[in-house]
Design a protein around this ligand. Structure first.
Ligand code: HEM
Length: 466
């Protein structure tokens, strides 16, 4: 399927006037374009107008295509709230977690959970992050070809469960959650794009696997909460972990379950896919990878203390990993994990001169904004220099939104930037990763935009650095 290029038309009624996106087919509207080849389709929308109408089966929605409108929708909480077709598909599983509650409840929940993301908490998180990253990189063998995303999922899942829920090391529960995560993410991604709800209930193999994955995640989370209520660990180093915070705030089991599932859903696939892509880009640029390795060795303390325990690292050290940070920033520009989401209009509002009625679905895509050639020259080029101090001013701040903006901006933004920068630095300082020889051209790593944009398959050969 090629990206639609035909001219757009404009619809105009007393209440609506937008460019209507090219490429709709009878009955399904733009679903085939979004389902089969979403990334080129999204890129093509930027040329079609500031506000473009899409049809998703029977539903209509508007896509905002400029940084200004994107910012407006996410910060004007009087007229826009969580909702819309993509959100509705996730709601049944996420329940009333931080990412899904409406604005009234949201403020209270955010206040309750924020302490787990304050800078002081990183004193406890950083040693865990470093230990887990070294454990992953230390388990690899020279010359082997690995499926990178598998390791990235396991690593990120272990870090989040140990830091947020004080799980002891790589537990069986963590392994079980990590094992079903690919089915979980694929299933959610399929549901988000499917035009008819009944399709999600057909007992296909994929739908059955998805249901099984959802049951597994829910059961594991319920088990962890029960254990904690029974007097399990509450967090190390004097910093309460997320479960302890929630118990302290008097949350019910159901409320805690929704928050934990939200954190796992929001925090694992996003960071794991970003790590996979960062390692992919580094595997294609040996010079850049060598420079990242040199920087990591200069900045990070020696890997281990004489007694074999991992050395300490501080937030100040992570800040000095400038090149690794730029690799992460450019990775999240190129493939922002949260590439597509939605809002709903709650009160009549004018957007780009167009009146939107309550209930109108508004679509948002960081991917679309990050690939606008007017803000990112040569947008299909991976270029870490975009993030050098000299060039950072080239693009407007509002045009870079991997973590969203406004009151619903990702609560885990600093957390994930920290773990990703550290992971990129440490892994690259220990290993040179390169595409294995084989029938596939080296550049062919297909982006699979499900809930997040996966690099699949991503097989890389390991070469130990001396
Ligand atoms: C590369 C990694 C990540 C990316 C790209 C990312 C992206 C995002 C984006 C775009 C939003 C806003 C969605 C919206 O406005 O509808 C969001 C919200 C959220 N994220 Fe992240 N995220 C990442 C990592 C994490 C991590 C590590 C956690 C938890 C530890 C997390 C937890 C959440 C939660 C709970 C929300 C809802 C916040 C609220 O509504 O107040 N995310 N994330």
């Amino acid at each position: 399927m090629t990206a639609p290029t035909a001219n757009t038309t404009t619809t105009s009624t007393a209440a609506h006037r937008f460019a209507r996106a090219a490429g709709a087919v009878p009955l399904l509207g733009h679903v085939p374009a979004l389902f089969r080849n979403p990334l080129p389709f999204l890129r093509s929308l930027a040329e079609q107008g500031e506000l473009v109408e899409l049809r998703l089966g029977p539903q209509r929605a508007v896509m905002v295509c400029t940084p200004e409108l994107f910012h407006h929708v996410l910060t004007d909480t009087r007229h826009f709230d969580k909702g819309g077709p993509l959100f509705d598909k996730l709601r049944w599983f996420l329940g009333d977690g931080l990412g899904s509650t409406s604005r009234d409840v949201h403020r209270r929940q955010r206040r309750q959970l924020q302490p787990a993301f304050r800078p002081e908490a990183f004193d406890r998180y950083l040693p865990v992050m470093l230990e887990e990253i070294h454990a992953t990189a230390g388990g690899w063998r020279d010359g082997r070809v690995i499926e990178v995303e598998e390791y990235a999922y396991q690593l990120i899942a272990r870090i989040i469960t140990r830091t947020m829920f004080s799980a002891d090391g790589p537990s069986a529960a963590v392994a079980r959650i990590a094992a079903v995560y690919p089915d979980f993410h694929q299933g959610i991604g399929r549901q988000m794009r499917s035009p008819f709800r009944w399709l999600d209930r057909v007992p296909t193999r994929a739908n059955r696997r998805f249901r099984h994955a959802c049951r597994t995640v829910s059961a594991e989370v319920a088990g962890a909460i029960e254990e904690r209520r029974g007097g399990g660990r509450t967090g190390d180093g004097g910093v309460q972990d997320l479960l302890a915070l929630m118990i302290g705030e008097g949350l019910t089991d159901r409320e805690m379950r929704d928050q934990v599932v939200t954190m796992l859903t929001g925090g694992i696939g996003t960071s794991a896919s970003a790590l996979g892509w960062a390692l992919h880009f580094l595997s294609r640029d040996e010079e850049l990878a060598d420079a990242v390795a040199r920087e990591a060795r200069a900045v990070l303390p020696a890997r281990q203390r004489p007694d074999g325990t991992p050395a300490e690292v501080t937030l100040a050290d992570v800040k000095r990993l400038d090149l690794a940070r730029r690799v992460v920033a450019e990775t999240l520009r190129f493939y922002p994990s949260a590439w597509f989401y939605s809002r709903t209009v709650t009160a009549t509002v004018a957007l780009a001169g167009v009146q939107l009625r309550p209930g109108t679905a508004v679509l948002l895509s960081p991917y679309l904004l990050h690939h606008r050639p007017d803000h990112y020259p040569d947008p299909e080029r991976f270029d870490v220099d975009r993030w050098s101090p000299a060039r950072q001013a080239e693009h407007p701040r509002q045009a870079y939104v991997p973590f969203g903006t406004g009151s619903r901006q990702c609560i885990g933004d600093v957390y994930s930037l920290t773990e990703l920068t550290l992971a990129v630095a440490v892994i690259t300082s220990r290993w040179r990763l390169e595409p294995p020889p084989g029938p596939l051209p080296a550049h062919l790593v297909e982006p699979r935009p499900w809930t997040v944009i996966h690099p699949a398959p991503l097989r890389l050969r390991l070469h130990s650095r001396p």
